[in-house]
Design a protein around this ligand. Structure first.
Ligand code: ACO
Length: 434
């Protein structure tokens, strides 16, 4: 693990209320981000804080990922996302997130070999997929498959067994994803192939048939690897916080990650990439104009939102979207598919970025705005987009879970509330209720 600098205490903030005042420590992180530590607030004052959606709440100290939403900065373990996207690979980034440093060549080779040896699913798993309805969305199927791994690997979570669980999750997620897809289209499952690298193996399991080979296009494989790198971690987002929260009850790693997959599925989170492509297709087929759609997205009486726009943390351009916007053009050119949806996307972005509504609210494209266009160009079916995100986010979820469980200040997650229901009243027997 890298040497982490603990958060520094740099004085106090004073809270005054009802004629009293208390001092609360001010904490500063590595990048000078500051927080008021309220861990003793209730014990000292009887007060709690109210922060719907946790927009102002730091739930942990973490040494994994740094984001500056105002400046559009994203770094994994200190390394800028732009450098990792340009030069690294997904498995190298997975190692970095898990172990804190870039791997040495021998470490990376042995990690890749271990992952390759664990890609198979237990044969009984085939019956699990067969039990699902034909039109089952692959996200809940993936979530259910991942929690089912806990039934196959039941050993106590000591360090050795945890290492195996980590390898199994990263290795088996692409197999689970491909099987969920093959089942949904009624095609035979393809076993993983140990001669292929991580992303090529996934593409093989998705698109090969027992009757014919699928030569993996290196352009497609590299583009997919890039997307997985960009998705690999994003500090305390909704799904990661879910993984940490479930794990904080000491639920096992498979169960915690499965809960994260369910959280990721929502259209306000990872499900947005599917919604973006559906939005672009709707605009192409029916709406006629991007302007009309943007007008609807601004209307308070209309629930339409410009999907792939806005972010809880980024109040400037999402750095992942910057990388993907460029990659989009390259991938479309290289695989030779129509750029119609990209053109609509760029038009939408252009309109939104000069519209007062989006400018004043600091709404910019997020990672999902361009990722769907690339997935589509790579031939990934639309209902698999969020599953792709799941494969990418796996090392981040695991790294965050491990950090939480190894934290000497570990606590079960248990927020409080302001109760707004009825005050105390007495039970009324049913016969007396008019
Ligand atoms: N289209 C139109 N208006 C929007 C959008 C949007 N995409 N996003 C935010 N707004 C508006 C809100 O209506 C609100 O306006 P108001 O101040 O007049 O009430 C204001 O901007 C602030 O929005 P909130 O919802 O309060 O911002 P929050 O930080 O809670 O939500 C979120 C962030 C959920 C990502 C939001 O921007 C959104 O719904 N975006 C579309 C879905 C999406 O792309 N999600 C993917 C996020 S990236 C990821 O999870 C991988």
């Amino acid at each position: 693990m890298p040497t982490e600098s603990p958060a520094q205490v740099r004085g106090n903030a004073t809270l005054s209320f009802d004629g009293r005042s208390v001092d609360l420590p001010l904490l500063t992180g590595t990048e000078n981000e500051s927080a008021i530590n309220i861990e003793k607030l209730r014990a000292q004052t009887g007060l709690i804080t109210l922060d719907r959606g946790y927009a102002n709440t730091g739930s942990c100290k973490s040494g994994i990922t740094f984001i500056d939403g105002e400046l559009g900065i994203l770094r994994y373990r200190g390394y800028p996302i732009e450098e990792l996207a340009a030069s690294s690979t997904f498995l190298e980034v997975a190692w970095l997130l898990l172990y804190g440093e870039l791997p040495k060549p021998a470490e990376l080779e042995s990690f890749k070999a271990e992952i390759t040896r664990h890609t198979l699913l237990h044969e009984n798993f085939k019956r699990f997929f067969e039990a699902m309805p034909k039109d089952a969305h692959p996200m809940p199927v993936s979530a259910a498959a991942v929690v089912s791994l806990a039934t196959f690997y039941q050993l106590p979570e000591n360090e050795d067994n945890l290492h195996n669980a980590v390898i199994r999750l990263i290795a088996k997620m692409p197999t689970i994803a491909a099987y969920a897809y093959k089942h949904s289209v009624g095609l035979p499952f393809m076993y993983p192939k140990n001669t292929l690298d991580y992303t090529s193996n996934f593409l093989h399991m998705m698109f090969a048939n027992p009757t014919e080979d699928y030569p993996v296009d290196p352009v497609v494989s590299r583009a997919l690897d890039l997307l997985l790198i960009l998705h690999a971690d994003h500090e305390q987002n909704c799904s990661t916080s879910t993984v940490r929260m479930v794990g904080s009850s000491r639920a096992n790693l498979f169960a915690s990650v499965s809960a994260g997959i369910s959280a990721l599925w929502g259209p306000l989170h990872g499900g947005a990439n599917q919604e973006v492509i559906e939005m672009l297709e709707r605009i192409e087929q029916q709406e006629g104009s991007a302007e009309k759609f943007v007008t609807r997205a601004k209307d308070k009486n209309d629930t339409t939102r410009l999907m792939g726009f806005g972010h809880r943390v980024y109040k400037s351009y999402d750095p992942r979207a910057t990388i993907l916007k460029k990659a989009c053009r390259d991938v479309l050119d290289q695989v030779g598919v129509s750029s119609r949806l990209l053109e609509i996307g760029m038009k939408l972005e252009e309109i939104a970025l000069r519209d007062e509504y989006f400018v004043s609210r600091k709404l910019y494209p997020n990672v999902d705005f361009y990722s769907g266009i690339i997935y589509k160009a790579l031939g990934i079916p639309v209902n698999m987009f969020t599953v792709m995100f799941t494969i990418g986010r796996m090392p981040g979820w695991i790294a965050q879970w491990l950090e939480m469980r190894r934290d000497p200040e570990f606590k079960i997650s248990r927020p409080r509330q302001i109760y707004t229901g009825p005050a105390k009243r007495s039970y009324v027997p049913i016969a007396q209720r008019g």
